[in-house]
Write a protein that binds this ligand. Structure first.
Ligand code: SME
Length: 168
């Protein structure tokens, strides 16, 4: 039986300093890649990533996927955390901006992001990573935190590489 991921336990919501967060993510990444090795089912991969990134990124209150289900609409997919919006139009929010532009959205303070959607009003910062397959936006990985500035460029870069490796 799988034991999940082997990392020092951290209470939900703990915000480590950025270098320690990157070190924790670096310890988790080989385990995440190993857990997904050979898997091709998209939902199985998204669900497992949501679970293992939730364990790794203790600063999050929401961790998971919105899937592209229409020309310009995202529908909630596998996630961990408090209840998320079910659908997000490409025109709206940080996830919509990521889907529209196919680019990483690193938002250290959501109150400064015009049109941010507050699914959970405790959310203070957010990182959204596009999942692009053969040039098409397929989904976004959305990470929210109740702390300001809870995500670094280094974490974003690693997550971009991970999703492009396991979901394309
Ligand atoms: N905050 C996001 C919406 C998704 S949920 O918070 C889970 C946004 O502005 O896109």
């Amino acid at each position: 039986m799988s034991e999940g991921i082997l990392l020092p336990p951290l209470a939900r919501g703990t915000l480590l300093p950025a270098p320690a967060r990157v070190a924790r993510l670096d310890a988790a990444l080989p385990q995440i890649r190993a857990a997904l090795e050979g898997e091709r089912d998209e939902i199985a991969i998204q669900a497992t990533l949501a679970c293992l990134l939730w364990e790794t990124l203790a600063q999050t209150n929401w961790c998971g996927f919105y899937r592209r289900t229409g020309d310009a609409v995202l529908t909630v997919g596998p996630y961990q955390g408090t209840m998320g919006c079910l659908r997000i139009d490409f025109a709206r929010g940080v996830c919509g901006a990521c889907a529209r532009t196919k680019s990483v959205q690193l938002v250290p303070d959501v109150t400064k992001f015009e049109g941010h959607i507050a699914c959970d009003d405790r959310t203070r910062s957010e990182l959204v990573v596009p999942v692009v397959v053969r040039g098409e936006l397929r989904a976004v990985l959305d990470l929210d935190s109740p702390h300001l500035d809870a995500f670094s460029r280094e974490e974003a870069d690693r997550l971009v590489a991970l999703v492009s490796e396991v979901l394309s």
